[in-house]
Design a protein. Structure first.
Ligand code: PLP
Length: 465
């Protein structure tokens, strides 16, 4: 164990990435830049081993895991029962497409879909592919050209999904020739409304934009295939949508004969304390996108669920991927759902969500905290600089640095938010301990300012990540 952070072994490993990985050539420049600001990179941990709610880095430091493999380990790290079935599936089936587990898992998923209304399933490898398949399905089913998505949305990193994302214009630079067919709509953020609008007015405006501005000014009503929405804008900052937004979207889709697609890659399978995020809003989508948690934290498994009349007879070329619905991926999904039922994992997540909300409410007393928010275990805190000359995200990064120094790993990527994704079955004490450490980090940065100053700077966004 070492006091230096990142410790020498971790640092050495990160430096090994310099000649190997993306942006290694920017290493010196980024190091200098980060040093000036006093930050360290978003990616500074190289994992030595994991167990349950904890990870250890190469230098032997232990962290409470709020990062959760980017919200992909629903029942903790390397769950032994998942490992066992994955190993058994590998030994029994090797890799082949035509194995019985894909039927078993699809039957289980049909049973847990909202209102059992989406009985058909189409396997994909990743959330990215699944989101793209959902859009392709909607376009081919409706024989229309346009899809509506939202600001701050994140649907993946394929050529198609990069167009659907609403995160950063830079993501589609040089991809301008590929951008046809996606219409971006404003999302009503809960912590800031334009022009002095109330939250309700902002939501009304966003719904008005969908139903009036887009058909009036951007694309003909009858050439729009549907609206793609996350019931919790996850990567974009863990924004929790108000009920009337999702209900309004459903009504607009019904009225216009558009399809509603719920991207539940991150919110799905218990993350929000219900099986599906959309269930908080009492609406049923036409297509639901699944990923992440279905892997049981071990082997990728993703796909889309939809209605008979949409997915039962489609001209869409959906999954063509060799590795869609692998035996091991399906085995992991099946065992994950069995454990959910046996251990009442979703109910546990809902209870943890309440505890987290109670703990986090106290943080709004700090000047640098703009908002705390959560739905189940989809948890976020956005930060704001008390000084307009300084950037908000510097504060988020500083708090996260201090959390790392004190043994909690959470996500603060390129945003002014810290996002936390504890495992759904995390032990109560571990959750509260992690939140306590985070509280202390917020208090410290609130008092001392954005630069932590007590530990060496480390570059951002370089050497392999
Ligand atoms: C809502 C949503 N959709 C799609 C994706 C892409 O999934 P993957 O990274 O598995 O391709 C993500 C990933 O974070 C996501 O949060």
């Amino acid at each position: 164990m070492t006091d230096q952070f990142p410790g020498p072994k971790t640092r050495q490993a990160l430096e090994r990435g310099v000649p190997l990985f993306r942006n290694g050539l920017r290493f010196d420049e980024e190091l200098e830049k980060a040093g000036r600001r006093g930050f360290r990179t978003a990616n500074q941990i190289v994992i030595d081993h994991v167990e349950g709610d904890f990870i250890w880095d190469l230098d032997g430091r232990r962290y409470i895991d709020f990062q959760n493999g980017w919200a992909t380990n629903p029942i903790g790290n390397a769950h032994p029962e998942i490992l066992e079935v994955v190993d058994a599936a590998h030994r029994r089936y090797g890799f082949h497409y035509d194995h019985p587990l894909r039927y078993d898992l699809a039957e289980m998923l049909a049973q847990i879909m909202p209102n059992k209304a989406l009985p058909r399933f189409n396997y994909e490898v990743s959330g990215t592919e699944a989101a793209e398949a959902a859009v392709h399905l909607a376009l081919t089913h409706t024989k229309r050209r346009y899809i509506i998505t939202f600001s701050s949305a994140y649907h993946g990193m394929g050529l198609g999904t990069k167009q659907l994302n609403g995160l950063d214009g830079e993501m589609t630079r040089y991809l301008e020739a590929w951008t046809g067919g996606v219409i971006k709509a404003p999302y009503p953020y809960s912590d800031q409304s334009p022009a002095g609008m109330s939250q309700e007015q902002y939501v009304d405006y966003c719904l008005w934009y969908l139903d009036n501005h887009i058909p009036g000014c951007i694309a003909p009503r009858n050439n729009i295939a549907g609206i793609l929405v996350e019931p919790g804008l996850a990567e974009g900052g863990n924004w929790i949508p108000p009920t009337n937004l999702l209900k309004g979207i459903r009504e607009i889709c019904d009225k216009n004969d558009w399809l509603m697609i719920s991207d539940e890659v991150l919110t799905g399978l218990g993350r929000t304390g219900k099986m599906w995020g959309i269930e908080h809003y009492d609406v049923i989508p036409d297509i639901l996108v699944v990923g992440k948690n279905l892997s049981g934290g071990i082997v990728p498994c993703a796909g889309i669920a939809s209605k008979d009349e949409i997915l039962g007879d489609t001209d869409g070329f959906l999954s063509g991927s060799t590795f869609a619905g692998t035996p091991a991926g399906c085995a992991a999904g099946i065992k994950t759902l069995e454990i959910y039922e046996r251990d009442k994992v979703v109910e546990h997540a809902a209870k943890l969500g309440e505890l987290a909300a109670e703990a986090m409410r106290q943080w709004e007393q700090y000047d640098i905290v703009r908002q705390v928010r959560g739905n189940g275990l989809l948890l976020g805190v956005s930060f704001e600089s008390p000084d307009p000359a300084e950037k908000n995200w510097w504060y988020a990064r500083s708090v996260r640095n201090r959390m790392l120094n004190h043994g909690v790993w959470a996500i603060s990527d390129r945003e002014d938010t810290i996002r936390m994704y504890p495992a759904l079955n995390m032990d109560e004490k571990t959750l509260l301990k992690g939140l306590d450490i985070m509280h202390e980090a917020i208090r410290y940065v609130n008092e001392h300012g954005q630069v932590e100053g007590d530990s060496p700077a480390w570059p951002t966004g370089v050497a392999g990540f």
